[in-house]
Design a protein around this ligand. Structure first.
Ligand code: GAP
Length: 441
C-alpha cells in the first residue's frame, strides 16, 4: 500500500508538472531532479514561508547568501575532508554499491526480495567514502586547484560571523539564516527527492551565550514543529526524535530530528542541534581571527554556542506533498486532490468564465490581470466546468473563481472551495483581500 501511495505521488508529480527526472530525454540522470512549472512555485512558496517565519518575522535573525565554492581550508577546519564519510561495500557479483551502515534497509538490485549479501553475491569489506564533490578552480587541474561543492550551507554562515557582527547591530542571542544548494555524493540515493546528490537546504545558525544554549535548543525544537503544524501538516505525521548519546556528533551537546511519516516510513525531515562553540572555535584557531564575542555590559568575552535547525527544501517539499495528497469522492466520482495550505499552493486561484462568449472571457481576463499582480493564478475557458475544477483540485489550487451571467449584473463571482467543494458568492472587488488573508499562514 505504502509503495503504491508513493508510486501514485511520483506519477502525479510527473503528470501535473511538479517534478521531472533530470535530463529525461537522455535517459535521465539518477538522483537528480528538475522542478516543473507547479513544482517551482511550490518550492518557492516553501522557501518563502520559511524565510518569513525564520528571518523577516523576527528582529533577532538576519539572512545571508554565500557562494557554493569556498576556500578548501574551510572544509579541513570543519572536519568534512577528514570525516564526512559513509562506509561503503560492493557486491562482488552484481557490482552494486551499498551503504554498509544501512544494509537492512537496502535491497539487492537483482533479487529485490533479498538484502545485499543475502543473495549469492559476496560483499567486500567496508571502506570509507568521502561524500564531498570535488572540482577544480581555474584552468589547471592539479591538487592545488581542488575546490569542493559545499555539502552544507552552515559553514558559509560561520565564516561570516564576524562580518555580520561588524556590519549589523546584531548581538547574541541572534541568528544568521541561509537558503541554498548543497551537494553530497551519496552512496545510495533513495525515495524520489528524499535523498539526492544535489539538494537545497535552509539553515539557521543561532548564536547565543553558552549558558543560554539549552533553553534556546528547547525553544527551536518547539518553533520548528510549530512551523510545520502552522502550514497544515497533520500532527500525527510529525514527531521529534532525540538522538541517543552514541548518535551525537562529538561536538554536539544535544540533537533531535523532526521526523515525518512518509509513505516509506518515519524519516528525518530536519535536524536541530546544539553545536556548542565547536565551529567558531575551530575557525578561529585555523585563521587566527578572534571570533569571540565581547559583552560590553558584563565585560565578559566568550565564544557563542550555536543552535542549528537545518532543513532540506526538497524533503520539506515531499512532506508537504505527501501530507496534502488524498483521494476522495465528489458526487460519486473519484477525485485526486492536493490539500495544500493556501500559503504553499502553487496556484492560488483558477479563473473560469462559464462560457466562452457574451463578454464572460473579458471579465475573466480582467480578474486574472488584477489578481496576477499579487498571486499566481490560472485562467481557463475550455471544457466542462466540472473538469476544470477537478484539474485544479489535483494541482492543489484552493479556490476556483467562476464568472457567470450574474457577474455582468452585479459584479459578483462564485468562489468554489477545493476541500469541501462549497461555493459562495463574492464581489470581484473582495477577491484579492479574500485570498491574501487566507495565504498568511
Ligand atoms: N549543517 C547541518 C546539516 O547539514 P544534515 O542533517 O546533514 O545537517 C540537514 O542536513 C538537512 O538537509 C536534513 O535534515 C535533510 O532535510 C537535508 N538533507 C541532507 N542530506 C540530503 C540529501 N542527500 N538529499 C536531500 N536532502 C538532504
Amino acid at each position: 500500500m505504502a509503495t503504491d501511495r508513493m508510486e501514485q505521488i511520483v506519477a502525479l508529480c510527473k503528470r501535473r508538472g511538479f517534478v521531472f527526472q533530470s535530463s529525461e530525454i537522455y535517459g535521465g540522470l539518477k538522483s537528480c531532479w528538475d522542478y516543473g512549472p507547479l513544482g517551482v512555485e511550490l518550492k518557492r512558496n516553501v522557501k518563502d514561508a520559511w524565510w518569513r517565519y525564520m528571518v523577516r518575522g523576527r528582529p533577532d535573525v538576519v539572512g545571508i547568501d554565500c557562494s557554493i565554492l569556498m576556500h578548501p581550508k574551510v572544509w579541513e577546519t570543519s572536519g568534512h575532508i577528514a570525516g564526512f564519510n559513509d562506509p561503503m561495500v560492493d557486491c562482488k557479483k552484481c557490482k552494486a554499491r551499498f551503504r554498509a551502515d544501512t544494509l537492512d534497509a537496502q535491497r539487492c538490485p537483482e533479487k529485490p526480495s533479498k538484502k545485499p549479501g543475502e543473495c549469492e553475491g559476496e560483499l567486500t569489506a567496508p571502506r570509507q567514502f568521502n561524500l564531498m564533490f570535488k572540482t577544480f578552480m581555474g584552468p589547471v587541474e592539479d591538487a592545488s586547484a581542488i575546490v569542493y561543492l559545499r555539502p552544507e550551507t552552515a559553514q558559509g554562515i560561520f565564516v561570516n560571523f564576524k562580518n555580520v557582527c561588524d556590519t549589523s547591530r546584531m548581538r547574541p542571542p541572534f541568528g544568521i539564516a541561509q537558503q541554498g544548494k548543497s551537494f553530497r555524493n551519496e552512496i545510495v540515493t533513495e525515495n524520489f527527492i528524499f535523498r539526492s546528490r544535489e539538494f537545497e537546504q535552509m539553515e539557521l545558525e543561532f548564536f547565543c551565550p553558552p549558558a543560554e544554549a539549552m533553553p534556546w535548543y528547547e525553544y527551536w525544537r518547539k518553533a520548528r514543529l510549530d512551523w510545520f503544524l502552522g502550514l497544515g501538516v497533520r500532527a500525527e505525521n510529525l514527531r521529534l526524535r532525540d538522538h541517543a548519546q552514541d548518535e551525537l556528533a562529538h561536538y554536539s551537546a544535544a540533537c533531535a530530528d523532526v521526523e515525518y511519516q512518509f509513505p516509506f516510513g518515519w524519516k528525518e525531515l530536519e535536524g536541530i542541534a546544539n553545536r556548542t562553540d565547536f565551529d567558531l572555535k575551530r575557525h578561529s584557531e585555523a585563521t587566527g581571527k578572534d571570533l569571540a564575542w565581547f559583552d560590553d555590559i558584563t565585560r565578559e568575552r566568550w565564544i557563542p554556542y550555536v543552535i542549528e535547525p537545518a532543513l532540506g527544501v526538497d524533503r520539506a517539499f515531499l512532506a508537504f506533498l505527501c501530507d496534502a495528497w488524498a483521494e476522495d469522492e465528489i458526487d460519486g466520482e473519484a477525485r485526486s486532490v492536493l490539500r495544500f495550505h493556501p500559503a504553499l499552493a502553487p496556484i492560488k486561484a483558477g479563473i473560469f468564465p462559464l462560457v466562452k462568449k457574451e463578454g464572460l472571457p473579458e471579465i475573466g481576463h480582467a480578474i486574472e490581470k488584477e489578481l496576477s499582480r499579487e498571486f499566481s493564478v490560472f485562467y481557463d475557458e475550455k471544457g466542462a466546468i466540472g473538469r476544470r475544477y477537478r484539474r485544479q483540485d489535483e494541482c492543489g489550487t484552493p479556490w476556483c473563481i467562476t464568472v457567470d451571467f450574474q457577474t455582468k449584473d452585479d459584479q459578483t463571482v462564485t468562489v468554489r472551495h477545493r476541500d469541501d467543494c462549497r461555493q459562495e458568492r463574492l464581489s470581484i472587488a473582495a477577491l484579492a483581500g479574500f485570498i491574501r488573508e487566507r495565504c498568511l499562514g
